[in-house]
Structure formats: structure tokens, C-alpha cells
Design a protein around this ligand. Structure first.
Ligand code: DLL
Length: 428
């Protein structure tokens, strides 16, 4: 897959053509973007430099929500072969429609991501993402088939059966959320198996953040090489960026998706290396095109070249979303900061919950429910109290705030087979 090795000049030329194509297609065929260009008084035919490109207004989740269900379509509906949607926690879902060309481009892109991670056509990959409106299952499915790998389309849930088929089919690639990979290992051990005996070689994990601690845990338990990949429904689904075997950031398929990093407050474009919100423009999307989509995900573009030799730029791991910041007593907190602190305690499992107690819409109190590992659990009240004190102290120095900590018994917090839900709100 030579595209990942294009020269810088090649990329620049391809991006220039790609962006022009994206702008032309959107402004000619999408009533939504015709309106956007009209309101911004922009002549789409005149946008041919990075400075002009920055004049195109951002598209937000809200814009897509308001366009529910087909307001973003730029082709007649008979050209749409498939619909996906992201559930979202509030309001209407966001809908994405794919033409034949979109589906092919998506599958080839995902195939590149899988190949970067070390998957080959001789591998057997079990997909434990849900198949349905969620893009994870179908996205990885067609990408892995494009690559020529053998796909086991298990879908999510039914963990015991997953494990038994994994053994029977000699699956060596696991495709899931990182939290489900942890849960599966836990279930395997409960059933008396050693996860390492399953012979998994590579993990393709995505759909949610994978902290260093989670990665280490997954690799140690399964004895596999864990790789992380990223994507979102609004732009395509999985297959926007993914790790090569250096596992040092995720290579963006820059010849398909044009990345920018902006200051989430001012909207100003930031230079490579600086942290901000990722904005993406898919350049060849026919069905439901989007221009300058604000992903909400906080990351940075890594300026240094990757030792693997691929010339596509890498994006760093997502450290949070611009909309998941918790403001409590005037202090801004990202859940990832809490996760990092908890990961420093060997007595603590990767399962935790942030319970926000709200009064009239304002967060009054934060309780962190922390599940202990079986080894970290003890009957000694004194030992537990001491641990609680140490965790609180570490949290206080990192967050400048001392939230309440509730230590929970091993395996007491509910597990999920998809994306883990960490933040819970309780109105008092
Ligand atoms: O989660 C697409 C996907 C499926 C990607 C499977 C990778 C593997 P959505 O349901 O629309 O799409 O959710 C997209 O999930 O904006 C991020 O906040 C988060 N996300 C996805 N991948 C990662 C990752 C799919 N590797 C939202 N690290 C995105 C951190 C991720 N967050």
C-alpha cells in the first residue's frame, strides 16, 4: 500500500487536488454547503490556497444533528447503498450515507490501517465490534476482507462463546474496544483459561481511548501486540488513522482525510506539534460530504517522521474531547487525567466510574468509584483507608481538587462489550 510512503510533494499535490474536488462536490451538490458558502459570501471556485481554505466555516456535530436524517446528502438517495448512524447520548443520531465509491474508499482505507498494524492475508480476525448502525463492525469487516484476511464476524457480546470460537477457529487477530479486550481476558481467566494460550498475535483496538495502562494490561494478559486505530461516523467510521508496529502515534491516511488542529476556543489553526481539536475534511466523500468537521477530539499532529518510513503524519492519542471537560468548583478536569492517576496504583483495576452529582444543572460533587484488583483487595479497614488517602492525595496534586474516592470490591462495576461508559450524572 504505497500511499503511506508518498513523498511530501506528492502529498501536497494530492491534498490540493483532493480539497478542490471536495469543495466543488459539496458546493455543487449539497444544498447544505451551497447555503454555507452563500452565507459566508465565499466563492468556492476561488478557494485554492491554505489561507482561503481556512475561510470555510467549520461543520459541527450540531449542524449534522439539525440535518437529520438526509439533510447532508449530496447525491440522490438511490445512490446511497448503506446508512450508518452514531447513537450519541442526547438528541437525534447523526446519519452517514455511503455511495459505492464511499464504501470502496472506506474499505481500502481500513485495509491500509490493518496492514500497518501488521495484519496479513494469512491472519484470522475476530470482529467483536457491534454490527449495526455503529460503524465499527462493518468498517473493520470490509477493510479486513479487502486485505484478504479471514474474517470471523462475531459482533459484540456473548463473551464465553466468543472465547470458545476464538480457540476453535484459531483466531489470531482480535478487533474490539480496548475495554472489551480487558473484559474478555477477565472472563477467560474466570473460566479457568490462560488468555495467553489463545495464541492471539495482534489486537486492533479503537472506538474509545486506550491509556498506556490499558494497553500494557491487554498486552500482558493476552501476549499480543496491541495497536490502536481511530475514526468517527461523521467523517467515515474507523480507518482514519492507525498505528504502525512502532506504536508511537496513529498515521493519518492523509491522502484521503485532510487534518487540521485548531484552538477549540478561538478556532485558529495551530502548527504541527501543538495540542488542540482535530478538524477533518474527507476529500473524496460522495454521499454525505463534510468540510472542516470539528471532531471534538483533542490531540496534536506529531511533526517528527516515524521510524517505520511511512511519510503520513501521525496524530497523538486522544487525550479527551473538547466537550467532556468537567468543570467542578471552577476547576477544569478531563477524565483522562483521573485515569492516569489511577493507573499509577497497582491495587486498582482499569475499571472506574466518575459519578457527577448535579444540582440545578451544576456539578456539586464528584465521586470516583475505583474498583480494586483481587490482589489489591483486603479485609483490613486500615489498609483500605490508607490506600484511599494515597489516591486522594495524588488526585489532589494533579487536579488541584480533592474529589471523593469510593473503593469498590473486585468485579463490582458493570462491564460493557462495546465502548466503556465512565461518566455518570446524578441529579440531586
Ligand atoms: O467509534 C469509529 C471507530 C470504530 C473507530 C472502531 C475505531 C474503531 P463513533 O461511534 O462515531 O465512531 O465515535 C467516534 O469515538 O470522535 C472519539 O471521541 C472516539 N474514538 C474513536 N476511536 C478512538 C481512539 C467510532 N482510538 C468517537 N482513541 C471519536 C480515542 C477514539 N478515542
Amino acid at each position: 500500500m504505497q500511499n503511506d510512503f508518498f513523498s511530501k510533494d506528492d502529498f501536497t499535490a494530492r491534498q490540493k487536488n483532493g480539497l478542490q474536488q471536495a469543495i466543488k462536490h459539496a458546493s455543487d451538490n449539497s444544498p447544505y454547503y451551497r447555503r454555507v458558502f452563500g452565507e459566508a459570501n465565499l466563492n468556492p471556485g476561488r478557494i485554492d490556497s491554505p489561507a482561503d481554505f481556512k475561510k470555510i466555516p467549520f461543520t459541527t456535530k450540531n449542524d449534522l444533528r439539525e440535518a437529520y436524517p438526509y439533510g447532508m446528502a449530496a447525491v440522490p438517495l438511490e445512490k446511497i447503498l448503506r446508512i450508518h448512524a452514531s447513537s450519541g447520548t442526547t438528541g437525534k443520531p447523526i446519519v452517514a450515507g455511503y455511495t459505492r465509491g464511499d464504501l470502496d474508499c472506506w474499505a481500502e482505507g481500513v485495509a491500509r490501517i490493518c496492514e500497518m498494524a501488521g495484519v496479513t492475508s494469512s491472519d484470522i480476525a475476530q470482529i467483536s465490534f457491534g454490527y449495526g448502525l455503529f460503524t465499527g463492525g462493518f468498517g473493520l469487516h470490509y477493510g479486513l476482507e479487502w486485505l484478504g484476511a479471514t474474517v470471523v464476524p462475531f459482533s459484540s457480546g456473548n463473551t464465553e462463546r466468543q472465547l470458545s470460537l476464538m480457540q476453535d477457529f484459531r483466531t489470531n487477530v482480535l478487533v474490539s474496544t480496548p475495554s472489551f479486550a480487558i473484559y474478555m481476558a477477565e472472563t477467560a481467566r474466570d473460566l479457568g483459561y490462560s488468555p495467553r494460550d489463545f495464541g492471539l498475535k495482534i489486537g486492533l483496538f479503537g472506538g474509545e481511548p486506550c491509556s498506556d495502562a490499558m494497553r500494557e494490561d491487554i498486552e500482558n494478559q493476552w501476549g499480543l501486540k496491541a495497536t490502536v486505530n481511530y475514526g468517527l461516523t461523521e467523517v467515515v467510521g474507523p480507518g482514519i488513522s492507525g498505528e504502525c508496529m512502532e506504536t508511537a502515534g496513529m498515521h493519518i491516511l492523509e491522502d484521503i482525510y485532510y487534518p487540521e488542529i485548531i484552538d477549540p476556543k478561538s478556532g485558529e489553526v495551530l502548527p504541527d506539534g501543538e495540542k488542540g481539536e482535530l478538524v477533518l475534511t474527507p476529500m473524496f466523500k460522495e454521499g454525505f460530504p463534510v468540510l472542516r468537521y470539528r471532531t471534538g477530539d483533542i490531540t496534536r499532529l506529531i511533526p517528527e517522521p516515524c521510524p517505520c518510513g511511512r511519510t503520513t503524519r501521525r496524530m497523538d492519542y486522544i487525550t479527551g474531547r473538547s466537550d467532556d471537560m468537567i468543570i467542578i468548583k471552577g476547576v477544569n478536569i478531563f477524565p483522562s487525567q483521573i485515569e492516569e492517576v489511577l493507573a499509577g496504583f497497582s491495587e486498582v483495576s482499569p475499571h472506574y466510574r466518575l459519578v457527577l452529582k448535579k444540582e440545578k444543572g451544576f456539578i456539586k460533587d464528584l465521586e470516583i468509584q475505583v474498583e480494586l484488583t483481587p490482589e489489591g483487595f483486603t479485609d483490613s479497614f486500615q489498609a483500605l483507608e490508607a490506600l484511599d488517602g494515597r489516591i486522594r492525595q495524588r488526585l489532589r496534586s494533579t487536579l488541584s481538587l480533592g474529589p471523593r474516592v469510593k473503593l469498590m470490591e473486585p468485579k463490582s462495576l458493570e462491564r460493557t462489550t462495546g465502548k466503556a461508559k465512565r461518566v455518570f450524572e446524578v441529579e440531586q
